[in-house]
Design a protein around this ligand. Structure first.
Ligand code: SAH
Length: 294
């Protein structure tokens, strides 16, 4: 059985939509899928290999949905998505709900994809924007380390969605840094952020996105209170561990086909605690050449 099938099997589908939610399994903790696709009537059959041109050949409904983005209808749909995540217990924190309501996912999902369905979506370059339940879970896990004035590093920042959420949480006195190794995605994420509620933070300099190899972190602004890695590493990159502040937390998927979302806490004395939060499926944290060859 493929890992995707395994992950999807125990998940509940929302009665009112194709919302796919984290589920409880008997053998491990929760299972989440950041990569697999829900059986939405509007979702695309294949994942990461879709080119952006392909994404423009879309069902008229999806064109309309994109047209609505930024309107009050988009706001209502984004709020509806957050409500679903609250209802299913993925979002527990008021702060996380607020930030996900403020940063409209529709501004970060490429045209032609249903932005408000709880599923990952292709963003080109063999990458995906993670599913909303994954974004919500990571924000929940990191919330205490995203207090105003703190520093957050988002490795594999892709569309910039989570980097924008981090920036809103740490505020203008904090720092949120996105690292993405595909320059075109860096440009895409900057455009997206500029359309979002986080635009003033980008302009003010507390939010930035850089084209670089995220496995090396971003030493210039280390140490970080929060590190999020949005792609699966075969092992925890030592540079990221080093750049984590004592008292800080890193959330990182680790593994190849079967991956665990690991929560790495650096204690004040520098010792490390690691626990597995969930079984997940992410695109690999790799070299640019390997990713584009996939
Ligand atoms: N959190 C992002 C996830 C994007 S998918 C979002 O929801 O939009 C994972 C991203 O990691 C991809 O954009 C991919 O290009 C990037 N990535 C993979 N390996 C990387 C590396 N070594 N350095 C930086 N980015 C990397």
């Amino acid at each position: 059985m493929s890992s995707v099938a395994y992950i999807l099997r125990g998940c509940r589908a929302s009665p009112s939509s194709s919302l796919l939610l984290p589920c409880t399994t008997t053998n491990t903790s929760r299972s989440f899928s950041a990569l697999s696709f829900s059986p939405s009537p509007f979702s695309f059959p294949s994942s990461s290999s879709s080119s952006s041109e392909k994404l423009h050949k879309v069902h008229p409904f999806l064109r309309m949905e994109h047209f609505w983005t930024g309107s009050s209808i988009a706001k209502t749909k984004n709020k509806g998505l957050v409500e679903h995540l609250k209802e299913y217990g993925v979002i527990k924190s008021k702060k996380v709900a607020e930030v996900m309501e403020t940063i409209d996912r529709g501004l970060f999902v490429p045209e032609g994809n249903p932005a408000y369905v709880d599923s990952p979506m292709p963003i080109g370059y063999n990458a995906t924007i993670s599913a909303p339940h994954m974004h919500a879970s990571c924000l929940e896990l990191l919330e205490e380390h995203l207090q105003p004035g703190m520093r957050a590093l988002d490795v594999g920042s892709g569309t910039g969605y989570l980097t924008a959420c981090f920036a809103m949480m740490v505020g203008p006195q904090g720092r949120a840094i996105g690292i993405e190794h595909i320059p075109e995605l860096v440009a895409f994420s900057i455009d997206n952020i500029n359309k979002s509620a986080a635009a003033p933070l980008l302009k003010g300099g507390s939010l930035s996105v850089h084209a670089a190899d995220g496995r090396l972190g971003w030493p210039e602004l280390a140490p970080y209170d929060a590190i999020h890695v949005g792609a699966a590493a075969s092992e925890i990159p030592p540079a990221l561990l080093e750049q984590l502040k004592p008292g800080g937390r890193m959330v990182i998927p680790v593994g190849n086909i079967f991956q665990d979302l690991k929560v790495v806490d650096k204690n004040l004395d520098g010792s490390i605690n690691i626990r597995n939060e969930a079984s997940v499926r992410y695109v690999p944290l790799t070299s640019r050449a390997a990713q584009l060859r996939e």
